[in-house]
Design a protein around this ligand. Structure first.
Ligand code: HEM
Length: 197
């Protein structure tokens, strides 16, 4: 597959093909308050987007290093028999790069909410593997999504800190961490009963 066809593969932000999020904009606003997202954070997130724009390959590489080093995580990119699916991994990697910029630059509106729900679903047996027609393990346990946030947030530090003062670096990182946690809360929605969410 060449680079162009890989670029947008399965990235369905704003597509009518994906479902609507069951989460309301009011619930989203309360979650934003709960992670203490401020106008300052919104400012630093935009800055983060500009800083990360030409580093997304390396950022995804840094996260994937950790996944590759842990067979209990790497297995979700392979079959039940443990055969890795390189094409699947490559396609997902391109969407992951796009996501880094979306975290920082997309307005959090109803379209954004719908795609958050879709990303959550794509980690579960309800949607995993489908867009890439992969035959990998069908479901990633919620506990690994939550725990991997530690890696996502720690490993991005040097990329945010590039050419930044320590103060800027701290503000960029705080805003990034809040934005990621907010999304993890949304991605947990398809994993749990509505009454428990
Ligand atoms: C904070 C934790 C995590 C973040 C931020 C994250 C982020 C993402 C993103 C952005 C995508 C692509 C969404 C799209 O299709 O547009 C994705 C898909 C995927 N992630 Fe994660 N992920 C996390 C945890 C994990 C863990 C622990 C695993 C286990 C190895 C994992 C494995 C996968 C796989 C296999 C896909 C492809 C799903 C599909 O078939 O469409 N993720 N993830």
């Amino acid at each position: 597959m060449n680079k162009e066809s890989l670029a947008a593969s399965g990235y369905d932000f704003g597509s009518p093909a994906i479902g609507r999020s069951p989460v309301s904009l009011e619930e989203l606003a309360l979650l934003e308050k709960t992670v203490a997202m401020t106008a300052q954070d919104e400012h630093w997130l935009k800055q983060a987007g500009a800083r990360l724009a030409d580093q997304t390959d390396a950022v995804v590489g840094a996260w994937r290093e950790v996944i590759a080093a842990h067979p209990h995580l790497a297995r979700y990119y392979g079959s039940c028999e443990g055969v890795a699916d390189a094409a699947y991994k490559a396609r997902v990697g391109e969407r992951f790069k796009q996501w880094i910029l979306d975290v920082c630059l997309r307005p959090r509106d109803a379209t954004w909410l719908d795609y958050q729900h879709e990303i959550g679903l794509r980690h579960t047996h309800l949607r995993k593997n489908q867009v890439d027609r992969a035959a990998a393990l069908p479901h990633i346990p919620l506990r690994y999504l939550i725990a991997f946030t530690a890696v996502i947030n720690e490993r991005i530090r040097p990329f945010l800190a590039k050419d930044a003062t320590p103060e800027e670096s701290a503000a960029l990182h705080a805003a990034w961490c809040k934005a990621v946690l907010l999304q993890l809360a949304l991605w947990s929605r398809p994993y749990v009963a509505e009454s428990e969410w």
